[in-house]
Design a protein around this ligand. Structure first.
Ligand code: SF4
Ligand code: SF4
Length: 246
């Protein structure tokens, strides 16, 4: 597949529309190498009505970053050469409302960099022009900003930025490979959210740093639970005095 990357600023316009009337329908859901973020997993397991543990076991492959020791979770596809997404059906994506961030953002891709001194994040967008995709020059024109609103990408960006912050902290505090125990804790808290929930609500982990309202909200709301998991990982693995028992 031939690709062309075109940088776009938030107010740049592009024309794109995806419909099931195009002959390329579902073409973008094969040849996948789909990385999943913690928030992608939260949304997908909710959409499928299963636990995070079951989701990870059934739909994902796990690797460990060779230089970081951090978990890398990808969507398990059918075997090569087709590498088709497990959620694609003849009528389209069966998890459309909760599809992963990169699927929502396509044909754009979001890149983020973090300033070491100020900690501020800067975002950049690129348009990925692939020859097989016939959605370009189709439908209405919109700016990048309008696309982000229309596709409901903002909640994903907000949560994915928390991961970005932790990765950047990890590189500062613990450069190089993370030990096996810390790697396990990182994976459990951020990717296996239902396991983190049981640890949290069976008092196996310290909750002193969190407000009671936050903990109560996390009982009902997985997004709040994941925000707590990000803070907990940050405090317990990537501060200068971190030590953890679980
Ligand atoms: S237009 Fe592009 S995004 Fe839409 S189905 Fe075709 S290949 Fe996929
Ligand atoms: S999650 Fe949906 S949109 Fe994304 S690759 Fe799979 S079927 Fe396609």
């Amino acid at each position: 597949m031939e690709e062309n990357f075109i940088p776009l600023s938030p107010d740049d316009k592009f024309r794109f529309s995806c419909t099931n009337r195009l002959s390329c329908f579902n073409e973008c859901c094969r040849d996948l190498n789909q990385y999943l973020t913690p928030y992608d997993i939260l949304r997908l397991k909710k959409s499928l009505g299963i636990s995070s543990g079951m989701f990870l076991k059934t739909y994902t492959s796990h690797h460990t970053g060779p230089e970081t020791g951090l978990p890398v979770i990808t969507l398990k596809t059918d075997s090569a050469p087709r590498s088709i997404c497990p959620f694609v059906t003849p009528s389209g994506c069966k998890v459309y409302k909760d599809r992963p961030s990169s699927c929502r953002t396509y044909p754009l891709a979001r890149l983020v960099s973090r300033n070491r001194e100020s900690g501020r994040l800067s975002e950049y967008y690129m348009m990925i022009k692939e020859t097989h995709c016939l959605g370009f020059n189709n439908g209405k024109e919109q700016t990048v900003r309008e696309w982000i609103i229309e596709e409901d990408i903002e909640p994903y960006n907000r949560m994915n930025d928390m991961l970005m912050e932790i990765l950047s902290l990890k590189n500062q505090i613990t450069p190089g490979e993370l030990d096996i125990k810390s790697g396990y804790i990182f994976r459990m808290a951020l990717y296996d959210l239902d396991a983190f929930r049981s640890h949290l609500f069976s008092n196996k982990i310290e909750t002193d740093d969190f407000k009671e309202e936050e903990i109560n909200a996390a009982k009902q709301d997985d997004t709040v639970l994941l925000q707590i998991a990000f803070s907990w990982v940050k405090q317990n693995l990537f501060t200068k005095t971190s030590s953890i028992n679980i």
